[in-house]
Design a protein around this ligand. Structure first.
Ligand SMILES: [Zn+2]
Ligand SMILES: [Zn+2]
Length: 136
């Protein structure tokens, strides 16, 4: 059986072509995509799919902890298949988002601060990516 199919089934998600393709896009590219860019990639493959359906499927996948949502771009959510806690970097020149792993990042190990219970940690870093830095 397809690995993507078994992952979805393992989480108790009923398989539909829309769910399968959207998760396949996120899992395969290991990228941070907006709902709109997922829609752009998928509409040729699943004719008739709407942006609203993409959002609905993303909510289902998120509720099952198969994908996570980040808000590094203030106006739009991005989705990714990585669900462990990690930080992100947004290049202000090319707009690409990168996972950044700072091993060992001491903040990611925090469980409690000032009596507050921490459930999610994710830092957003902004600047110029290594590719853009090489350009004159
Ligand atoms: Zn860049
Ligand atoms: Zn990420």
């Amino acid at each position: 059986m397809d690995e993507i199919v078994s992952t979805l089934k393992g989480k108790g998600i009923k398989i539909t072509p829309q769910r399968l393709e959207i998760y396949r896009i996120l899992a395969g590219h290991n990228k941070h995509l907006t709902a709109e860019s997922i829609y752009e990639r998928i509409k040729a493959k699943i004719p008739g799919i709407s942006l609203a359906t993409v959002y609905t499927v993303l909510e289902v996948l998120k509720s099952k902890k198969l994908i996570s949502e980040i808000r590094i771009k203030f106006d739009k959510s991005c989705f990714e298949s990585r669900t462990d806690m990690h930080h992100h970097f947004l290049c202000t020149k090319c707009g690409r988002i990168f996972d950044i792993d700072i091993p060992p990042c001491p903040t990611l190990a925090e469980k409690e601060v000032n009596g507050h219970l921490i459930e999610k940690i994710g830092g957003y870093f902004y600047g110029v990516c290594s590719d853009c830095r090489k350009k004159p």
